[in-house]
Design a protein around this ligand. Sequence first.
Ligand code: NAG
Ligand code: NAG
Length: 226
Amino acid sequence: MFLRSLLALLNFTTALALTVPPSDQLIRRETLAEAAHNARIIVKDVKTGTMASVFPEESDLAGRPFAMMEYHAPCYSNGSLTIILMPISRSTQNIFNDPGHHVAYTVSMPTEGIRSPMSRGRVALMGNVTTLRDISKDESRELSKCYTSYHPDSKYWLPGNEDSPHVSIWARLDIDNIYYVGGFGDVHYIGPIPVDLYAKSDKSVINDYYFDKQTAWEDDLSQVVF
Ligand SMILES: *[C@@H]1O[C@H](CO)[C@@H](O)[C@H](O)[C@H]1NC(C)=O
Ligand SMILES: *[C@@H]1O[C@H](CO)[C@@H](O)[C@H](O)[C@H]1NC(C)=O
């Protein structure tokens, strides 16, 4: 609650000027370790993101960026994401045609009802996509279970579903670079997050200290209607 009031106060002050110098007694800035953990929470709680890819050489739009909403599911403890590729999708075509299979995937806290959406956390996960064409039935079942727990509606187009209107393929986004903006820089961390820190910043880092922070954030997320 204390944190909440503090944040409310800060949102008020930051709305007036972005660079209000924090009073050292009052304000503690989000640390890098907290940022890594908060980024994991955002990616777990917010189930969709924006995937950016680049048009390939042979395209009329070669080299230009393309970004569109996608689903993700945080099915790996190291932070890699499960995604479903569909050859009919422009993002998938760009990924397939890029030799490095690179994307940037941004997940943002919901902003509805928030006075200053700029105060909300967002994280860009950059990496490459590996298709999982030759996985066993068991692995595929595990992925389905995990993915549908985040996206129940996806059952209609899961890979292997013969009734699916489109061909779909399991894939994994491995992350090699992360850029995080926690909100306004006077109280939030803004900058890169090392991938190895992110990889171990899920449940395993929860001690009392992080737990407080996490409840504060979950509280924050629960104010918003998804
Ligand atoms: C993704 O990047 C990693 C490390 O940079 C590399 O080993 C791997 O082969 C790449 N995967 C694909 C599908 O390009
Ligand atoms: C994360 O874990 C998955 C599943 O074990 C593995 O395939 C992938 O290579 C790992 N990603 C990185 C970046 O180490």
